[in-house]
Write a protein that binds this ligand. Structure first.
Ligand code: SF4
Length: 222
């Protein structure tokens, strides 16, 4: 199934949310509006509440790179998408391009998952592939890695992704708010949203593993 087909089927089945973005469309999916969930009431006003209107899907790149306060977003799954914009698009392909910039690969991962072909990389495999200064991340203890999931992942730490990976093929993540998170921020029923998936630890998580590994090694030497 193509991503466009997956997207079209999902919209027709009532999905209208991904991450912090509300997707509003007509039946033929050729009049589409994207808006930050917190700006939905503004978008409904006659003058669109003063939101800045964009018609080029490529604008999603700039809109999603930095948060409101100018902070670089280490993963586009962070729950600090800036507000104040409205995107008007006129085709399914434009919508796919915009969403792929707001939430890179999210639709592709979901389509692959639906067809049972999504490949997941567990943390140990990811760390064992690291080279250079990040090689040290490999030595993190299981306990250190489990704790790190609690301290780095999940909406309490501004990440809205649903974690699919484990420590390794036989070691699950311990139960926590982060490990059981749905990938759907806000209070919307699951059948109306695309969840954001995390199929492998992000670079930020790997960098934190390196710091914990070093701290563990220093403690062992002391
Ligand atoms: S590893 Fe954690 S912080 Fe990084 S993207 Fe995945 S869930 Fe988010």
């Amino acid at each position: 199934m193509s991503i466009l087909q997956f997207l079209s089927d999902s919209l027709r089945n009532g999905v209208h949310r991904i991450g912090q973005i509300e997707i509003q469309t007509n039946d033929s999916i050729d009049q589409i509006q994207l808006v930050h969930v917190d700006d939905i009431p503004l978008a409904a006003q006659p003058d669109q509440g003063g939101l800045k209107v964009h018609r080029d899907p490529e604008a999603a790149r700039d809109l999603s790179t930095f948060s409101e306060d100018g902070e670089y977003r280490f993963t586009k799954g962070q729950t600090n998408l800036r507000r104040g914009w409205l995107m008007e698009l006129s085709s399914l392909d434009e919508l796919r391009r915009a969403l792929d910039l707001f939430y890179p690969a999210a639709l592709g991962l979901l389509a692959a998952q639906k067809e049972g072909r999504l490949e997941i990389e567990h943390l140990r495999d990811k760390l064992n592939r690291q080279t250079g200064m990040y090689r040290f991340a490999r030595t993190i203890s299981d306990a250190g890695a489990q704790q790190l999931v609690r301290e780095v992942c999940g909406p309490a730490h501004q990440c809205a992704k649903r974690i699919l990976w484990q420590l390794d093929a036989t070691t699950s993540l311990e139960d926590s708010d982060a490990s059981r998170y749905s990938g759907i921020p806000g209070d919307i029923v699951e059948s109306e949203a695309f969840p954001l998936l995390c199929r492998e630890a992000c670079n930020h998580f790997v960098a934190e593993c390196r710091k914990v590994s070093k701290a563990e090694a220093d403690r062992a030497k002391a």
